[in-house]
Design a protein around this ligand. Structure first.
Ligand code: GDP
Length: 422
């Protein structure tokens, strides 16, 4: 099976997002057989001009009616990969999935209209990408046909947008002059833009890095439980958990956080299997170790020779709130990262982004349902974790209010205890 990658397309309404997606589907031969002709025929029958954007509408309609099996997902294929197109920025579901890690976009195409220029929404979209930690961004400057493929328009748009983007920490891989409607610079470089020496949209998309390849990352496993049992008259203890990332082998030297205790892996136990020599991300396992250690639930097992996690009771995070009540600074909640559970409170709410309007508020005092916020969190004990972009499972947490999962977040920066917040 081909490698798969999630890409989000964002752009102000009417800047040509559906056209770009429709055109990519058609030009990479990713459409179901006969679809292009069918949509073209329907246009002729209704005497309206064909638009590539209709292809996307047609596919989504079909999915809504349950005709295609893979619901609400649009794919396109290149020689290298399959891409899942996420076309719902600003939608609550998208932000929730992004923050909770359920369906993370690994890269983004930001679309702006060369003719109309940068809209307020183009800025909000970029800000949203920066809050969500999407680092791989390509900007498509669309509708170049309406400005006669004038390099000056491209340069000016590129200059002013990249200045804004760098202020919020986004450094696009490339700005591509395109005409989605005419298929210019999408798959092959066009001689209508001889002054553009960069890559095409599809070449750039194929060049995106796969992020969060968990099995190749450092080993991490939060302890879920420690079970004692007697085996042939010997007392044995099994430390159980689900491997969050990396690989563990019999004989590896492990270190536990926050205690710093070390031991060697004596055996790896997987239900229903014998003589297991190694295990990797996604597997539920038990291990036995060569020393008698007091191991607690929620401790993080790492490998001694690999990069250690962060250890702190204070960090910055981006959270998505879906609680019934507003999230308030200073109030105690429960925080869970994998099998780790602890108490926490929010020390400071720095900014809030409204998921529907994408408006941003500074120092808002509270986070309401369906808002994304940049916050400083204090846990009541130091905890081991990783940061966004380092390891997926150990940088994501949920916030529990009473018994409900009320929010999810990604840790972006470790802060030292009582460090003044910037
Ligand atoms: P969306 O709202 O961003 O999805 O925008 P659409 O894809 O629906 O496009 C909005 C309008 O812009 C439609 O009438 C498209 O035909 C038109 N459009 C999209 N891309 C181009 C382009 O490259 N050149 C021109 N001239 N029009 C375009």
């Amino acid at each position: 099976m081909k490698e798969r990658m999630n890409i989000v397309f964002v752009g102000h309404v009417d800047h040509g997002k559906s056209t770009l997606i429709g055109r990519l589907l058609a030009d990479t031969n990713s459409l179901p057989k006969g679809k292009l002709e069918q949509v073209k025929r329907a246009c002729r029958l209704n005497s309206k001009p064909f638009e590539y954007a209709f292809l996307l509408d047609a596919l989504i309609d079909e999915q809504a009616q349950g005709i295609t099996i893979d619901t609400a997902r649009v794919f396109f294929k290149t020689k290298k990969r399959e891409y899942v197109i996420i076309d719902a920025p600003g939608h609550i579901e998208f932000l929730k999935n992004m923050i909770s890690g359920a369906a993370r976009a690994e890269a983004a195409i930001l679309l702006i209209d060369a003719h109309e220029g940068i809209a307020e929404n183009s800025k909000r979209h970029a800000y949203m990408l920066s809050l969500l930690g999407i680092e791989q961004v390509v900007v498509a400057i669309n509708k170049m046909d309406l400005v006669d493929y004038n390099p000056e328009v491209y340069e000016n748009t590129k200059k002013s947008y990249s200045e804004f983007l760098s202020e919020i920490g986004i450094n696009p891989i490339e700005f591509v002059p395109v005409s989605a409607r005419n298929g210019i610079n999408l798959i092959t470089r066009s001689n209508l833009t001889p002054w553009y020496k960069g890559k095409t949209i599809v070449e750039l998309i194929d060049g995106f890095r796969k992020v969060n390849d968990d099995s190749r990352n450092h080993f991490r496993m939060y302890v879920q439980g420690v079970y004692k049992f007697t085996d042939n008259g010997n007392d044995r203890r099994i430390i159980a958990g689900a491997v969050n990332s990396g690989i563990i082998e019999v004989g590896d030297e492990i270190i536990l956080y926050p205690s710093g205790k070390t031991a060697r892996v004596k055996s790896i136990e997987i239900f229903g299997r014998s003589n297991v020599k190694h295990a990797e991300a996604g597997m539920a396992i038990g291990i036995t170790i060569d020393t008698e250690l007091y191991v607690k639930n929620g401790e993080l097992i790492c490998k001694k020779k690999e990069t250690p996690p962060h250890l702190s009771n204070r960090f910055k995070a981006n959270i998505f709130w879906m609680g019934k009540n507003d999230l308030l600074a200073g109030k105690t909640y429960k925080l869970k990262i994998g099998a780790l559970k602890t108490e926490m409170h929010v020390e400071k709410i720095e900014t809030v982004l409204d998921a529907s309007s994408l408006a941003v508020y500074e120092n808002p005092g509270k986070v309401s349902r369906h808002e994304v916020a940049r916050v400083i969190i204090n846990t009541h004990k130091p905890i081991p974790f990783d940061l966004q972009g380092e390891i997926k499972d150990t940088s994501r947490f949920v916030i529990v209010e009473e018994y409900d999962i009320s929010g999810g977040g990604i840790i972006t920066e470790e802060l030292k205890d009582s460090e003044p917040s910037s």
